[in-house]
Ligand binder design. Structure first.
Ligand code: KIV
Ligand code: ZN
Length: 512
């Protein structure tokens, strides 16, 4: 029987540390539900001690998710660990993940602790965590740049105190595959009690090698857990990408010889959900989930694929959730067909009222757009869930006038705390005029640090998906909006970002 590879998803913790990727509790819960549908083994839901918002998010997810283990990060101190244990109380299966830095650089400059103090702190923390939870993961932060003799002592102590998983982070993305794989192998060979724990890899993507390093940690090092995020989300260049790891291990089962629990058909829905929630757009040529990942543009390739699919395809698009027939519905489609399509896409709306409201919006869209694609439905449902949150600002309508040689003018009607208001402005272009019209009323003073437009399904008929990143008083948020009219999509994205900025929810990102 083949070994099992444990997939540990940290989109909601390490992924969320990316500037602008912070999510509300409800957004996190929605993503956690999708991760459960994806059959992720472990979901790292947050860092409870970092903020009340994170504590509540972990608590909410722990209470709602039954099938995946819910993990909470904590620094190696009693207060953090107690907060994690408390947040995990409602979990079916909970895990405390405690970490402390072990590289000379981090110990001296960041922690200002001696190696012996760090060793003792690691020992005491794992002991404390084990008294509160049977499943404890220990990470020596910046492990890959740590002295190997010292690291062996720390890991041995952590396992002796009851750590059930040992995770070896390449915190700064410095590793290269062969060296990282051998590093894990050496640790496993030299730590006397190494067989008492599951070994895990956690790689950052600063040199673009997070997936390759993780695979080497598995193949050469013998690790049996990979820590990763949807779309490779994460600070700087991100984390190891879940979809790439999963499809590499599955497609090259001949080489890796490992089994996975993952339901790969849920990958695309997870990718879309994370990108629409955070506003981090997926590049078209991204492996597995990029819009071009299965598109064959050259004549020779198209000809080959038509004759025999495996001439140029190593995976089937359907297996990761791309549907073979992408035109799904039109304005004559009924509620049942819509409901069925939601199910096929792995979307479960909470109540009949939610389905009715999404269906009404679908009909509205179908009146304006003749063919509705899967991507449209995913955008619509994501917009729908955004609208459910208690928002301060909501889009109502927009009109704008632009003509060659004239300065465009826009009027935007929107709700502000339940009251309908109207803003007017001119601007350099219709989008600029519309956002200035909103700002003329809101006066947020926020600085726009990113604006991007993406065609959801690839033609001028498709919906535009706009991401707006705003920065104000040290906080960075992303807003997203979708509409066949990109000026309207821009206004929706701007209002969505303002809602996030105004939200009182505590969104201090976890540090790790
Ligand atoms: O990258 C890192 O070192 C981490 C640890 C907290 C696991 O995210
Ligand atoms: Zn990390």
């Amino acid at each position: 029987m083949a070994d099992q590879l444990i997939i540990f998803d940290t989109t909601l913790r390490d992924g969320e540390q990316s500037p602008g990727a912070s999510m509300t509790k409800d957004e996190k819960l929605r993503i956690a539900r999708q991760l459960e549908r994806l059959k992720v083994d472990v979901i790292e839901a947050g860092f409870a001690a970092s903020s009340n918002g994170d504590f509540e998010a972990v608590q909410l997810i722990a209470g709602a998710i039954r099938d995946s283990t819910i993990c909470c990060l904590s620094r190696a101190n009693d207060r953090d660990i107690s907060r994690a244990a408390e947040a995990l109380k409602g979990a079916n299966r909970g895990r405390i993940h405690t970490f402390i830095a072990t590289s000379a650089l981090h110990m001296e400059k960041k922690l200002r602790m001696s190696a012996e103090q760090v060793l003792e702190q690691a020992r005491l923390s794992v002991r404390f965590a084990r008294n509160l939870c049977a499943d404890v993961e220990f990470s020596p932060e910046d492990g890959y740049r740590s002295d190997v003799d010292f690291l062996c002592r720390v890991i041995e102590a952590a396992i002796a105190e009851g750590a059930t998983t040992i995770n070896v982070p390449d915190t700064v993305g410095y590793a290269v595959p062969e060296l990282y794989g051998n590093f894990i192998k050496t640790l496993r060979e030299r730590v006397p009690n190494s067989d008492k724990a599951v070994w895990s890899v956690h790689c950052h993507n600063d040199l673009g090698m997070a997936v390759a390093n993780s695979l080497a940690g598995v193949k050469i090092g013998g690790a049996r857990q990979v820590e990763c995020t949807i779309n490779g989300l994460g600070e700087r260049a991100g984390n190891c990408s879940l979809e790439e790891i999963v499809m590499a291990v599955k497609t090259r089962r001949d080489y890796f010889g490992l089994d996975l629990n993952i339901d790969t058909k849920q990958i695309l829905a997870a990718s879309r959900m994370v990108s629409q929630t955070t506003g981090f757009v997926v590049q078209p040529n991204k492996a597995v989930v990029g819009a071009n990942a299965f598109a064959h543009a050259s004549g020779i390739h198209q000809d080959g694929v038509l004759k025999a699919r495996d001439t140029y395809e190593i995976m089937r698009a359907e297996d990761v959730g791309w549907s073979a027939n992408k035109i799904v519905l039109g304005k004559l489609s009924g509620r049942n067909a819509f409901k069925q399509r939601l199910q096929d896409l792995g979307i479960s709306l909470e109540s009949e009222a939610d389905i009715n409201s999404a269906f009404a919006r679908f009909k509205e869209l179908a009146d304006r757009k003749s063919e509705i694609f899967d991507e449209d439905i995913l955008a619509l449902v994501s917009d729908e869930s955004v609208m459910h949150e208690k928002e301060q600002f909501g889009f109502v309508s927009l009109s704008q006038h632009s003509e060659t040689g004239e300065r465009p003018h826009a009027t935007v009607v929107f709700t502000a705390q339940g009251r309908e208001v109207r803003g007017e402005s001119d601007g350099n272009g219709p989008v600029d005029a519309s956002l200035k019209a909103i700002e003329s009323h809101v006066r947020s003073g926020a600085e726009m640090v990113l604006y991007s437009v993406n065609a959801i399904s690839g033609s001028t008929e498709s919906q535009g998906e706009v991401t707006v990143r705003l920065q104000n008083s040290g906080r960075v948020v992303n807003g997203v909006g979708a509409d066949p009219d990109i000026v309207v999509a821009s206004a929706k994205a701007y209002l969505n970002a303002l809602n996030k900025l105004q939200s009182k929810a505590d969104r201090v990102a976890a540090q790790g």
